[in-house]
Design a protein. Structure first.
Ligand SMILES: CC(C)(COP(=O)(O)OP(=O)(O)OC[C@H]1O[C@@H](n2cnc3c(N)ncnc32)[C@H](O)[C@@H]1OP(=O)(O)O)[C@@H](O)C(=O)NCCC(=O)NCCS
Length: 330
């Protein structure tokens, strides 16, 4: 009988653009205040990519760091999965552009679109590819240039988003690093968080531009409510599939949409505390598919996440879509 193959994250990396946009800067752009943004969201500042800096560039920078940390060369890479809702272009995929930039000559790859849940969908794809024996390693990237699809005249959304990228390398392991994965979607509420134009339903036109249809649109209050309940459910499913309880978890790396959502989910899951929740949205805002790998990579780099730690990842986003995963950092 052949032995079961396991997958593990063996390296992480991240990249954020140097340009910082503070809440004070936003006060000069729309009718808002630093106090409102901080108390309602927890965000203080976010990073904004340069006009000639794209999702593929940020992905490549994060990927290089993840490969170096996993002690792999670009020529070793066999698969590249990029989760993004802001690809450089509709096609070719961002994964192709990353493949070329890295010089990953042996790799195949594709983009995966699942808004803020994209990274956990891509992580599942990476783990499945490794566990099946089809590849020996995979680069899993979450990256966004949300500033390109943000309506900078709408205070409802422009205070929330930022740009950045995170990446992990996955490889076969003797013990399961990827302890569980639970994913879900429900298109019935597709219209509470979406980007209407640019696809075949509403191709770019003068009208679509005038009506600001190429920007993210969100019913914030509705999204908030569904997000908390759905994330708690996804976390419980991921824990159950891993045969673990919340008490076994060392760190919680949740999608960084709103500090109040992170706190509410962490409190409802466990002992009412939020100490184990890793938070970086105060510095980066909501970076959609990049937020979980960015927070994970930072926590590995600064030594908070240690060998043997079990990490609960939970995401929620447009689709609606959601996911939970339990990962052990071997
Ligand atoms: C967007 C969000 C921060 C808004 O916070 P909220 O507490 O729900 O605020 P509301 O939408 O109820 O708005 C409250 C008031 O603040 C106003 N407001 C909205 N944005 C504002 C801003 N940037 N500055 C000042 N006032 C603002 C609203 O107009 C509203 O005014 P009104 O009461 O006079 O109508 C919050 O709903 C949220 O985080 N939603 C979920 C985001 C998310 O999870 N996304 C999914 C994953 S990507």
């Amino acid at each position: 009988m052949s032995q079961k193959r396991y997958a593990a994250i063996t390296g992480a990396g991240h990249y954020v653009p140097p340009n910082v946009l503070t809440n004070a800067d936003l006060e000069t752009m729309v009718e808002t205040t630093d106090e409102w943004i901080r108390t309602r969201t927890g965000i203080r500042e976010r990073r904004i990519a340069a006009p000639d800096e794209f999702t593929s560039h940020m992905s490549t920078a994060a990927a290089r760091q993840a490969l170096a940390n996993a002690k792999l060369a670009p020529e070793d890479v066999e698969a590249i999965f990029v989760a993004t809702c802001t690809p450089d272009m509709i096609f070719p995929s961002t994964a192709c552009l990353v493949q070329a930039a890295l010089g990953a000559k042996r790799a195949y790859g594709y983009d995966l679109s699942s808004a803020c849940s994209g990274f956990l969908m891509a992580l599942d794809a990476g783990a499945t590819a490794i566990e099946s024996g089809r590849v020996q390693n995979a680069l899993v990237i979450g990256a966004e240039k949300l500033s390109a699809v943000t309506d900078w005249t709408s205070r409802d959304t422009c205070v929330l988003f930022g740009d950045g990228a995170g990446a992990v390398v996955m490889q076969p392991s003797e013990r399961p690093g990827m302890r569980s994965s639970y994913l879900g979607v429900d298109g019935h509420q597709a219209d509470i968080l979406f980007l209407p134009a640019g696809g075949c339903r509403l191709p770019a036109s003068e009208k679509s531009v005038q009506e600001h249809q190429h920007f993210i649109q969100m019913a914030g209050r509705e999204t908030f409510k569904v997000a908390v309940n759905t994330m708690v459910g996804a976390a419980q499913q991921a824990l159950a599939r891993a045969g673990l309880t919340e008490a076994d978890i060392d760190w919680m790396v949740f999608h960084q949409a709103n500090k109040r959502i992170i706190d509410a989910v962490a409190q409802r899951l466990g002992d009412g505390t939020t100490d184990r929740a890793i938070v970086n949205l105060d510095r980066y805002g909501n970076t959609s598919a990049a937020s979980i790998p960015l927070a994970f990579s930072e926590a590995v780099a600064d030594g908070r996440i240690q060998s043997g730690n079990k990490i609960l990842m939970v995401a929620f986003g447009g689709g609606l879509s959601w996911g939970g995963a339990v990962v052990e950092w071997l």
